[in-house]
Write a protein that binds this ligand. Structure first.
Ligand code: 4AD
Ligand code: MG
Length: 425
């Protein structure tokens, strides 16, 4: 008998099959017994009538089993089929499984994350994450971006020194990468259009629903691309990703109760407002902040509320942003940078900018930021040998998934989230 995945059973009605999976439910009604089994591809009800099996007490939740039987059409089941069981074999027992359908607290569930990921909702979220990754890669690969991988062990800060995780590198200091950007700039000068997609690390003392200490970022970088074209690539990427996931992960999105209409509206172009305009809008909403101060989560939420799709906030004050950002030629106190704010209060999902390509200006900026030029000597070389205008951006995967899936917290967007107070399991 051939082994089948549960997802393929609708094509095998009337045939004998063997499936392997885990018990999610068991109940008896007189002499008929119902075992609901999941195998990662789907869930199916298996009906046992007859007395060839006696170990009913052992069919506890999460017991692993092999079942043989015949596939029958069943209009009442979500998949349209059930299995009429001939044999049951226990592969791995499961005694006192700690997670029950009752309400557990978040801390308990995160502490049992290695088991919690088996639940239908968490599995659906992880499939959505996989769909998001596939769409992002598909878009960039198809548009001529070369994937290239920057190092994770690095000698210096990319995004500022306050959130670095330091390590001992054989007696010398080194840091976990906060962003691959500086290396992607070098790679863009070699390959034209490039992207990286990998883990980044920030020792952020922020306990919010948007912050992880380890998160994945996709970082495209493009030679000969200036500020406005950079925004166009961002909105095209975000539109494509959302629309692909809507198609390819529709049942997962429905399964977790996502409002699909909100996602269908995510179409480029996205609105653009300057930092100055943002402050005006905030003022009219009684959320005034002085010029030069950064937008906080409540400000981002209030701005995003005004639009039905993501919104770019552009031209931030130079002093708020990283050392490498190109000044606005008409107002040098501003930088050619933009943050893309997601709707529904999900905050900044993309940060990007045009980069400084002038050597003297970059040296001056390093100096102002108290960053040692010798550590950045290789980065300065990029401005010594054929320097060109270039731009790029970083999109945070977990924030993007949290928004697309409509989750309360980024910790559920990744298999094993790392936060301020959790590195376990
Ligand atoms: O805005 P950020 O700090 O930009 C950079 O790192 C640039 N060097 C990227 C580039 O231009 N190549 O971070 C980019 C994105 C944010 O918009 C956010 O989505 C995500 O990374 N992010 C986080 N996600 C989860 N937890 C955190 N602590 C995050 N910090 C940033
Ligand atoms: Mg940012």
């Amino acid at each position: 008998m051939t082994k089948s995945y549960i997802k393929d059973l609708p094509q095998r009605v009337g045939q004998p099959v063997q499936i392997e999976g885990w018990v999610t439910h068991f109940r008896s009604s007189g002499k008929i017994h119902f075992i609901v089994v999941r195998d990662g591809t789907g869930t199916v009800q298996c009906v046992v009538s007859g007395d060839f099996f006696a170990d009913w007490d052992h069919l506890t939740i999460e017991t692993a089993l092999a079942i043989t039987g015949e596939v029958r059409a069943d209009a009442r089941s979500p998949m349209g089929v059930e299995i009429s069981v001939s044999t049951i074999g226990i592969i791995g027992p499961s005694i006192d499984y700690p997670i029950s359908p009752k309400d557990h607290g978040t801390d308990f569930l995160m502490g049992h994350r290695h088991l919690w990921i088996r639940s239908p909702r968490q599995s659906a979220i992880l499939r959505i994450r996989a769909g998001v990754i596939r769409a992002i890669r598909g878009f960039l690969d198809h548009n001529g971006f070369i994937v290239a991988d920057p190092p994770i062990l690095t000698p210096a800060a990319a995004e500022g020194t306050t959130t670095l995780f330091g390590i001992d590198y054989f007696g010398d200091p080194a840091y976990l990468s906060q962003s691959g950007q500086l290396y992607m700039e070098a790679l863009a000068m070699a390959l034209g259009r490039v992207y990286s997609f990998g883990p980044t690390f920030r020792a952020e003392k922020s306990k919010t629903r948007r912050h992880l200490t380890e998160f994945w970022m996709v970082e495209p970088e493009m030679a000969f691309v200036e500020f406005t074209e950079n925004l166009e690539w961002q909105e095209r990427l975000v539109e494509y990703t959302v629309q692909q996931v809507l198609t390819n992960n529709l049942s997962d999105l429905q399964g977790i109760g996502r409002d699909l209409e909100l996602l269908r509206k995510v179409k480029a172009p996205f609105p653009r407002i300057t930092y100055d305009e943002a402050l005006e809008r905030l003022k009219s909403k009684q959320l005034e902040i002085p010029w030069g101060e950064d937008l906080g989560a409540p400000h981002e939420t209030a701005l995003a509320e005004e639009f039905d799709r993501p919104v770019f906030v552009t031209h931030f004050p130079t002093k708020l942003k990283s050392f490498y950002m190109q000044p606005d030629p008409s107002r040098p106190e501003l930088v050619l940078a933009a943050d893309l704010l997601a709707p529904e209060g999900y905050g900044e999902i993309v940060g990007g900018s045009q980069r400084i390509h002038d050597l003297a200006l970059l040296e001056q900026r390093l100096n102002q930021h108290h960053l040692p030029p010798e550590v950045y000597s290789w980065y300065l070389d990029l401005r010594r040998y054929g320097s060109v205008p270039h731009s790029g951006f970083g999109m945070g995967l977990e924030r993007l998934v949290a928004w697309i899936a409509g989750l309360d917290h980024v910790r559920e967007t990744t298999a094993f989230a790392r936060t301020l107070n959790r590195v376990w399991p």
